[in-house]
Design a binder for this molecule. Structure first.
Ligand code: MG
Length: 165
């Protein structure tokens, strides 16, 4: 039986930090603040995948009280989660996501982000989708105080006899 999960994350924009989305560094005067690289898109996708698997959330798997994950490259955490799901007998059906960000415009980076995510998740690029929207000047996104991301993922049981590794 296929299963679906959702993910949501938000991080604050701050000077002196890198802006990393989907594992891709985006040139911008501010970046996202957090324990790891604060890749809000990877974090939302990780939570969607864990949700679909019924495996808790990113905070349980990678606690911010654990220095192992300080400054972590979140794309690698996504790869780690995908490997764990594969071992547990799941295959990724598809992942859809939305980044809610006032600026910069991310359209020029869409292909790089898609390629980065698909490669790390070891799925065909057409199983991954990334959308971008703004806060229309409203709320914390609209004031460029932070960036939010939403994701939905579906998982399918691996075919019998084809266990993951
Ligand atoms: Mg986060």
């Amino acid at each position: 039986m296929s299963r679906t999960g959702i993910g949501y994350d938000v991080h604050r924009l701050q000077e002196g930090r890198r802006l990393v989305l989907g594992g891709v560094e985006i040139p911008h005067e501010r970046g996202l603040e957090g324990h790891s690289d604060a890749d809000v898109l990877c974090h939302a996708i990780i939570d969607a995948l864990l949700g679909a698997a019924g495996s808790g959330d990113i905070g349980e798997h990678f606690p911010d009280s654990d220095d192992t994950w300080r400054g972590a490259y979140s794309l690698e955490l996504l790869g780690l989660v995908c490997a764990r799901l594969s071992v547990a007998g799941w295959r990724i059906g598809n992942v859809d996501s939305t980044v809610i960000i006032e600026r910069p415009k991310l359209g020029p980076h869409r292909q790089a982000i898609l390629t980065s995510l698909a490669e790390e998740m070891a799925v065909a690029a057409d199983r991954v989708n990334v959308k971008f929207t703004t806060g229309e000047g409203m709320g914390f996104v609209g004031r460029a105080e932070g960036v939010a991301a939403l994701a939905v993922a579906t998982l399918d049981p691996a075919p019998t006899g084809a266990s993951g590794e």
